[in-house]
Design a protein around this ligand. Structure first.
Ligand code: AMP
Length: 470
């Protein structure tokens, strides 16, 4: 998973514009920090060149005030990353840039995961294109140099140079991608034909009309810079922004979409608006559906903060059972699952949550989390609650068992590491030590969203919409 952000300023290149560009890109990825904590980076286009700042760590640590002073130009893209393909080494930090023989210095940021990366890499190698990184993102840039033109779409005159190559490249690429590119000073947004990952477009109003067009993975990145959500980039769409305005093309028109339902289960921020819905409301619905499917009558309902909060509120309101904060979260540690090695992962679970003994002691507690992946978190939580004096601990999960890895950009582990892929619910209950364990049914999950058939649910069903080459 990753977060992408882009901005095109409708103004002359002045120092004021440069400072706006650096502020907007910085704040944009700051708001998207939850989508990746491994590294952060910003690129801008200035005088035919690409300026790049990219470092490991959180946005706050990766990009300094002095770095931001180097950002010049009126178009920028930015990224927060955690790795799905490619390791977390420095060369894989996005934005990724390339000195293209056709277009000069170009840059890209990507959220998703390509399912035919191996073939594309072989194709590029056979065309003498050497990739600098091990991440799949670089193929977007490499392909632009080797593909033949695809003239199936009539470009607006100023897009003639780029569009036929881009269309050709995107038609070769399979899997999940929401990308932003800078090519020849134009800002380009594109989304795969099934629309796995979100990509939104916004407008920022200045004193003299619209002062910027912005793109982001989630609308929370618009709020922070006081821009307004405008619309989604549609599956199969390419949108190009430059000094001549905004042009939209479709390189693919699929009958169906496969939006990632896990964005609603876990990934997106609750205050965002993605896939035309509010994740907070969907999560609350998941809690309501969970309550409808559950006969238990505990003393209190508590969330695993923060990811279980909306579902726990929904559950408690539906059943009229008191909602309490039974666990306090230390906000100064990263998200548990994100650390790539198991040792660190365990440590950060321990560092993250502390039971609120005054609420828990002697009670029958129903605790709600959004998902179980490896089971480490749930086991620790049940132990914490029991040690803090809970009489009974009923674990409830606001999504179905995760049985299949994601090949489209969510960093789930291998099938073997996914607890529910080889253990029954009863075995998992025993492993985590809960008195009872219940997951939301797939039907309940589907009832929680507006257009259930438009989602990819492969992690819960192993019905993979696009073949993964491995
Ligand atoms: P685990 O301990 O492996 O079972 O992880 C489950 C916890 O990680 C849950 O509390 C989720 O909120 C969170 N989680 C689930 N999926 C992801 C993901 N892809 N990335 C980061 N965290 C996740």
């Amino acid at each position: 998973m990753c977060g992408v952000f882009g901005v095109y300023l409708n103004e002359e290149e002045t120092d004021i514009a440069f400072s706006k560009l650096s502020t907007f890109t910085y704040l944009g990825i700051y708001a998207l920090q939850h989508r990746g904590q491994e590294s952060a980076g910003i690129c801008s286009y200035y005088n035919g060149d690409i300026i790049r700042i990219a470092n490991k760590g959180l946005v706050l640590d990766a990009i300094s005030k002095d770095d931001l002073k180097n950002i010049k130009g009126k178009v920028g893209i930015a990224h927060v990353r955690y790795s799905t393909t490619g390791d977390s080494s420095t060369q894989n930090i996005q934005p990724i840039t390339r000195d293209s023989k056709r277009f000069g210095k170009i840059a890209v940021v990507h959220n998703g995961n390509l399912t035919n990366y191996r073939s594309l890499k072989t194709f590029l190698n056979s065309n003498n294109i050497k990739l600098q990184c091990s991440s799949d993102t670089e193929v977007f840039l490499g392909l632009l140099d080797v593909v033949e033109k695809d003239n199936s779409i009539d470009p607006h005159v100023s897009d003639e140079e780029i569009l036929p190559y881009l269309v050709s490249a995107l038609k070769m690429i399979e899997g999940a991608y929401s990308i932003l590119m800078i090519v020849k000073g134009k800002l380009i947004a594109a989304r795969d034909p099934l629309g796995f990952r979100p990509l939104l477009m916004g407008r920022r109003k200045g004193i003299n009309g619209s002062d910027a067009i912005v793109f982001a993975s989630e609308s929370c990145a618009f709020d922070i810079i006081e821009a307004d959500y405008w619309r989604e980039i549609k599956p199969g769409e390419i949108t190009i922004v430059d000094e001549n305005g905004i042009r939209t093309y479709f390189f693919s028109k699929s009958q169906e979409t496969k939006k990632c339902i896990f964005e609603f289960v876990y990934f997106s921020r609750p205050d965002s608006f993605v896939f035309s819905e509010y994740p907070y409301n969907v999560r609350k619905n998941m809690g309501i559906e969970l309550a409808k499917e559950d006969e238990t009558t505990p003393d209190i309902v508590i969330p695993v903060p923060d990811s279980g909060i909306p579902a726990a509120i929904g559950y408690s309101q539906y059943k009229n059972i008191p909602y309490e904060m039974g666990l306090t979260r230390n906000h100064y540690v990263g998200r548990t699952f994100i650390a790539p090695s198991q040792d660190i992962r365990n440590l950060s679970v321990l560092m993250k949550l502390n039971p609120n003994r005054g609420v828990i002691k002697g009670k029958s507690i129903l605790v709600i989390d959004d998902s179980i992946v490896r089971g480490t978190t749930s086991k620790r939580i049940v132990t914490l609650l029991k040690e803090a004096g809970a009489r009974e601990v009923h674990m409830r999960i606001a999504s179905p068992p995760v049985i299949g890895p994601c090949y489209y950009g969510i960093d789930t582990p291998t099938k073997e590491e996914l607890m529910a892929s080889h253990m029954s619910v009863e075995d998992i209950r025993k492993f985590i030590g809960a008195d009872t364990l219940q997951y939301l049914s797939l039907e309940g999950l589907k009832r929680s969203v507006q257009d259930p058939d438009s989602f990819c649910d492969a992690c819960f069903t192993e019905r993979y919409p696009v073949l993964y080459e491995g």
